[in-house]
Design a protein around this ligand. Structure first.
Ligand SMILES: Nc1ncnc2c1ncn2[C@@H]1O[C@H](COP(=O)(O)OP(=O)(O)OP(=O)(O)O)[C@@H](O)[C@H]1O
Length: 438
């Protein structure tokens, strides 16, 4: 063999070896990537198979599943490889990255008097009131042990809530993962759910002004999720039983079990959420966006106005009224009879008009959460201004507000609003109240 030929052979062999090594490395990467992808696919399909549409917010459930287009379907699972790797990383480090304190089973057993202090029952398990050794009262949500759904809920909530903090969210303050039990520990909300205030006969009816305050609180919580959180969070299950009230009647958004970061898992095969609140566009496209939350929020606004359950024909009632409601007026025909005609007519029409925009069939026509916060703040401000003028002209020193909402004007300045006989709302932290100080 000539010298030139042998050196050509050496070069050829070396190039071949290098290419071989590169191909082997690439193959290794592909295998790892594929494995990770199938792990995630399995976990999301487990969830997709088990998370129901909840018809009434409790146990009864119906799964609207499209088996021909499952989460494994290429059309649905086409996602950026980097996000899958990142997603997998987060899932396997869910607790350690959350930054939320972990409590022992024993501590929680003691704080709940051996799990006897039940205060509610959700689709994923019971909720207990707990008195911690620090004196703090909290709510402990026990997730069903044999349910993959609960497990998934647990992972999602710890991971999400660990980094989400806002005064209008039911913040997670701890968790427990011991003895096969998954528990979430939340700030205790002493006045229960908005649904219980709207529909329970042994609760005092909420007056108009308080309803607007609650709407604004919820809007702020959602604005934070949509526009403040990075990456943004879509709630996916806005409904009155997921709005909880604290002792000073401030509302907070609860139950992030169905939340997903907006950038991940936008499209899934199963329809998730609660009947009556679901965006029709989402049902047909299976693509959940912030605008689907806006739709559910619009339903919630109508619920506050009409005091009617969306699962019992609220929206049909609204559509009928919409025919007669032109130029932002005429919505009073749907107003909750429990208000006994005591409401701010202009504010009511403005709020219904906003709600109607939120439920527009075309998602792009719906306002953003930021717009909604501004409109609701404006509604509250105008209503306060009208009341102030009315008081000024009629009875300059009176404390009766004329629409059945008793507001102590001096106390409003002192940050405590007497919303009605039985409800006082502490406004000491509320910028809305500051803006309306008289
Ligand atoms: N942080 C809390 N403070 C006080 N009570 C709470 C708290 N969280 C939940 N509860 C009570 O427990 C009940 C069950 O709550 P949970 O979130 O498990 O289910 P849900 O929202 O009612 O229904 P679903 O699970 O179907 O969404 C609530 O209705 C409420 O009365």
């Amino acid at each position: 063999m000539k010298k030139g030929e042998s050196s050509g052979l050496v070069i050829g062999l070396s190039v071949g070896v290098v290419i071989g090594v590169l191909v082997a490395i690439l193959a290794l990467f592909c295998i790892r990537y594929q494995r990770k992808r199938s792990q995630i696919g399995n976990s999301s399909s487990r969830r997709a198979a088990t998370v129901p549409i909840r018809a009434n917010g409790a146990d009864s459930s119906t799964i609207l599943s499209d088996s021909t287009n499952g989460p494994e379907s290429p059309a649905k699972s086409e996602r950026n490889g980097l996000s899958l790797w990142f997603d997998g990383f987060k899932r396997s480090n869910v607790v350690s990255v959350s930054g939320i304190p972990e409590y022992s089973y024993k501590d929680l057993q003691k704080a709940t008097c051996n799990f006897t202090t039940i205060i509610g029952q959700g689709a994923f398990g019971p909720v207990y009131k707990a008195q911690m050794s620090t004196g703090e009262t909290v709510a402990v949500k026990v997730l069903g042990t044999d349910s993959k759904q609960g497990e998934k809920e647990f992972q999602t909530e710890v991971m999400l809530l660990g980094r989400l903090h806002h005064r209008n969210l039911v913040n997670l303050v701890g968790y427990c993962a011991e003895k096969g039990q998954n528990m979430l520990i939340y700030v205790y909300m002493g006045r229960g759910s908005l649904a219980s205030h709207l529909y329970s006969e042994n609760r005092e009816p909420l007056n108009w002004e308080l309803r607007v305050y609650i709407a604004l609180d919820v809007a702020r919580g959602l604005e934070y999720l949509h526009d403040g959180a990075v990456p943004p969070v879509i709630h996916r299950d806005i409904k009155s039983s997921n709005i909880l009230l604290d002792n000073s009647m401030r509302a907070r958004v609860a139950d992030f079990g169905l939340s997903r970061e907006a950038m991940v898992d936008r499209q899934t095969a199963d329809v998730r959420g609660t009947f009556g609140y679901l965006d029709p566009e989402y049902i047909s496209t299976r693509c959940f966006t912030k605008k689907s939350d806006i739709y559910s929020f619009g339903v919630l606004l109508f619920e506050l106005i009409a005091g009617r359950n969306p699962q019992q024909g609220l929206m049909e009632y609204v559509e009928l009224a919409a025919i007669d409601s032109e130029d932002k007026s005429g919505w009073e025909e749907i107003v909750d009879s429990q208000l006994n005609g005591k409401f701010d007519l202009q504010g009511l029409n403005d709020m219904a008009d906003l709600a109607y925009k939120c439920i527009n069939r075309l998602p792009r026509r719906r306002p953003s959460m930021r717009d909604i916060v501004q409109v609701l703040s404006g509604i509250l401000k105008s209503s306060h201004d009208r009341k102030k003028n009315q008081l000024h002209h009629e009875k300059p020193h009176s404390t009766a507000a004329g629409d059945g909402v008793s507001i102590d004007m001096e106390q409003l300045g002192g940050k405590e609003v007497a919303i009605s006989d039985g409800h006082r709302r502490d406004e000491s932290m509320d910028s809305t109240a500051e803006a309306f100080e008289v």
